[in-house]
Design a protein around this ligand. Structure first.
Ligand SMILES: Cc1ncc(Cn2c(C)c(CCOP(=O)(O)OP(=O)(O)O)sc2=O)c(N)n1
Ligand SMILES: [Mg+2]
Length: 567
């Protein structure tokens, strides 16, 4: 295509770029190829950033976390068919988490695709996307690009945030249109996520219920973190004295260790709570669907939720509060103040007694230095080095995820980025890249050795863009642990085994980054301090005892003949 269209004409490539820039979208993440390589090139030429990945899935994760952190949709750009499908996994994951993202994929010739005549990378992508995203639009004419992009942005961030798939057939990108017609077709979206205010009745009903509570509890989900209503949420908790429980990505909304945090007495808090206010949290598998025995069968729920069809999904919601979290919490603050709602200090004292027991147990585990290191020994070192620093924590794995979540306290909101509702492995490096590009802050990624493997090649991307990312691989030689003795045929290693002697730090050396091998706590401390001081890409192979850790969701044991002993 002639990229220097005469001034009286423009083309689809330029209209897509103008439409994104007009709506303050300055970066795309993706992998180039037919028919979108020139779109990526031109976006750079027009002042946008295009972060070129090694696989579309981590690129999509980077776009998703950009949406979560900025409340502006992150954009992932892919080629057709396999590139689109790789990006679709990240889109589905983001949609489940409620992160605003737009997946833009080039697609093949509609006439040939629709007649299935065997086009290059022939796939009906728009229909393939529909089950996994909030909305899917195809743009067939260049003069519709402005509308398509505007609708994608508004749909992604309004109501419950989610993902929009935007299908761009190759023909529409190269099609030309009169420059003035093109310019006039662009739309700057007005008030894309107009906050919906809850009704006075909904607020009144919620506060009346809270006022009756003997054991009130406020549950903060990642939706509460996403809302960026931090001071309103903090006021609601501190002014009423109601204990709160942050879900993993909501940690830091109020600092971990806050006197009203029930995190270290989670089981008691869930079991005893009689009125629960859910803010940006769904009663899904992570909260045992709100059911007994984890929850009291008589507990009553208040829920703030943008998407009303979520109410009553698992437990009846006695006080549904449909609307924007920021607006709802502001209204609740006014109402609880006028009603003088205060939690009974005895309830907090009960939780604190339990919390002290659990904190003492955790402290004992952290102070016990094992050789080889176990998860607690390693994380105690990391905790010490990170104390007081300003960074984003990316974390994935199984034991690596669970123990890190309980050991590394978060002091600021939206600083802990992890696998979210699906527990998706492989999000780590994409999240690290997205957060580094979007915030410019140091990123520490604490990765299980299996989780790291899903996107490990993005270490080259991290080095190519010289991002301040330190990746710590917890090398315990396996998925969950490294001592799987069950072998199906006597020669292959156990199905959860990985190479415990691997030197992951050698990977980054291939791309000019600094690699460190940490067998002992003092190695780990030295390596992490040096890596953070450099502000450059770094990788630490942190050796963890392969015999520690629990396997989630497994058979208690296989039948005897298959449990062939390891060599
Ligand atoms: C995409 C994907 N594939 C597979 C899984 C299953 N899975 C897998 C493969 C995990 C990796 C656990 O091993 P790890 O080395 O990352 O962590 P630990 O050894 O510290 O437990 S955790 C988990 O749920 C998943 N959650 N997501
Ligand atoms: Mg492991």
């Amino acid at each position: 295509t002639d990229q220097t269209a005469p001034s009286t004409l423009t083309d689809g490539f330029h209209l897509v770029i103008e439409a994104l820039k007009l709506n303050n979208i300055s970066t795309m993440f993706g992998v180039v190829g037919i028919p979108i390589t020139d779109l990526a090139r031109l976006s750079q030429a027009e002042g946008m950033r295009f972060i070129s990945f090694r696989h579309e899935q981590p690129a999509g994760y980077a776009a998703a976390i950009t949406g979560y952190l900025t409340k502006t949709p992150g954009v992932c750009l892919t080629t057709s068919a396999p590139g689109f499908l790789n990006g679709l996994v990240a889109a589905a994951n983001a949609n489940t988490n409620g992160f605003p993202m737009i997946l833009i994929s080039g697609s093949s010739n509609r006439a040939i695709v629709d007649l299935q005549q065997g086009d290059y990378e022939e796939l009906d992508q728009m229909n393939a996307a529909k089950p996994f995203v909030k909305a899917a639009y195809r743009i067939d004419r260049p003069e519709d690009i402005g509308t398509g992009v505007a609708r994608a942005i508004r749909t992604a961030v309004s109501g419950r945030p989610g993902v929009v798939y935007l299908d761009l057939p190759a023909a529409v990108l190269s099609a030309t249109v009169d420059a003035q017609v093109g310019q006039a077709s662009l739309i700057k979206v007005v008030d894309a996520a107009a906050p919906q205010r809850p009704t006075d009745e909904a607020i009144e009903r919620a506060v009346s219920l809270l006022a009756t509570a003997k054991h009130p509890l406020i549950l903060l989900g990642k939706g509460a973190a996403y809302a960026q209503a931090d001071s309103a949420i903090r006021d609601l908790i501190e002014k009423t004295g109601i204990p709160f429980l942050p879900m993993s990505m909501a940690k830091g909304l109020l600092p971990d260790g806050h006197p009203l945090s029930a995190a270290s007495a989670r089981s008691l808090a869930l079991a005893q709570a009689d009125v629960v206010l859910l803010i940006g949290a769904r009663l899904n598998w992570m909260l045992a669907h709100g059911k007994a025995p984890q929850w009291s069968p008589t507990a009553k729920f208040i829920q703030i939720e943008a998407n009303p069809s979520e109410f009553d999904s698992n437990r009846p919601i006695s006080a549904p509060v449909p609307g924007d979290i920021g607006e709802a919490v502001k209204a609740l603050n006014a109402a609880v103040a006028s009603k003088g709602v205060k939690a009974d200090p005895a309830w907090l004292a009960e939780l604190n007694a339990k919390r002290e027991q659990n904190v003492a147990k955790m402290t004992a585990r952290l102070e016990k230095v094992t050789d080889p290191m176990n998860f607690f020994t390693a994380l105690n070192v990391i905790k010490g080095v990170l104390e007081g620093r300003d960074y984003y924590l990316v974390n994935e794995g199984a034991n690596t995820l669970d123990v890190t979540r309980n050991v590394i306290d978060m002091k600021l909101p939206r600083r802990r980025l992890d696998p979210g509702s699906w527990g998706t492995m492989g999000v780590g490096l994409g999240y690290a890249i997205g957060a580094a590009v979007t915030t410019g802050k140091p990123i520490v990624a604490i990765e299980g050795d299996s989780a790291f493997g899903f996107s490990g090649m993005e270490m080259e991307t991290i080095c190519r863009y010289k991002l301040p990312v330190v990746v710590i691989v917890f090398n315990n030689g396996g998925i969950y642990r490294g001592d799987d003795v069950n072998r199906g045929n006597g020669t292959d290693p156990g199905v959860t085994r990985l190479d415990a002697s691997a030197h992951y730090e050698k990977i980054i050396e291939a791309f000019g980054g600094a690699g460190y091998d940490a067998q002992k706590p003092e190695d780990l401390k030295q390596a992490l301090e040096t890596a953070l001081a450099s502000g450059k890409p770094a990788m630490i192979n942190c050796v963890i005892d392969p015999h520690v850790g629990t396997e989630s969701g497994h058979l208690s044991k296989l039948n005897p003949q298959s449990a062939v002993k390891a060599p």
